[in-house]
Design a protein around this ligand. Structure first.
Ligand SMILES: C[S@@+](CC[C@H](N)C(=O)[O-])C[C@H]1O[C@@H](n2cnc3c(N)ncnc32)[C@H](O)[C@@H]1O
Length: 206
């Protein structure tokens, strides 16, 4: 099956898609991103629930997004696309205000001190996310990893431009549970089975 819903290096759209995502989807509906999407369980799950929104799963690994892209095609989910890039490149692919919402699902924790700058919740990544997100757009993070969760909360509290921060270190016993729509990713299944509580936070930029 040709994955025309995967935008990746070597395809013409890869060079021209910035600022044209709504044209690509052929509608004016809001766009959500799932960063570090792997197979894109949130991209697919939310696209099924909310046909009036568009969803783009983003990951650097082609084989993972390939699987999600195949499911979206089989189900006829026209509101789904996948983009294969490193997150540091995001601003090359989205205009300011082009994105309505960002999910970050189970990113690699990168616990070593020397890898701090590679964590996708390092404040340099937040600057990139802010540059493409519309005003008042939500950023949402799900993780099993206590170290990354606490690190991210500290990073957010160290910034002056964060509003409406809400979080739980035990999503499935929290009032915030409904907004995660009972979607579980591959890594979530794995870590839950190992007994880890799922952590969740959301915020907006002022
Ligand atoms: C632990 S997996 C989680 C996958 C999926 N979200 C899940 O929950 O099953 C982390 C994913 O992040 C991707 N990744 C890590 N760093 C990245 C980066 N800087 N840019 C894009 N993708 C990245 C990896 O390729 C991997 O697929």
């Amino acid at each position: 099956m040709t994955r025309h819903n995967v935008i990746e290096p070597g395809k013409p759209l890869f060079e021209t898609i910035k600022g044209s995502w709504n044209k690509h989807f052929n509608n004016e509906n809001p766009i959500s991103l799932e960063l570090t999407c792997g197979r894109g369980e949130y991209t697919i799950g939310l696209a099924r629930l909310f046909p009036d929104r568009n969803y783009i799963g983003i990951d650097v690994k082609g084989d993972r997004i390939w699987k999600g892209a195949g499911i979206a095609l089989e189900e006829g989910l026209d509101n789904v696309a996948f983009l294969r890039i490193h997150l540091l490149e995001l601003a090359r692919f989205f205009e300011a205000n082009e994105v309505d919402e960002i999910w970050i699902t189970f990113p690699d924790p990168r616990p070593k001190d020397r890898d701090e700058k590679r964590r996708v919740t390092h404040t340099r990544y937040f600057d990139i996310y802010k540059s493409i997100l519309r005003k008042n757009g939500w950023i949402r993070l799900k993780t099993d990893d206590t170290g990354l969760f606490e690190y991210t909360l500290e990073a957010l509290k160290g910034r002056k431009d964060i509003i409406d921060l809400a979080y739980t270190s035990d999503l499935y016993h929290s009032d915030l549970r409904p907004e995660c729509h009972e979607i579980r990713t591959k890594y979530e299944e794995k870590f839950s089975a190992e007994g880890h509580d799922i952590k969740y936070l959301k915020f907006r930029f002022a």
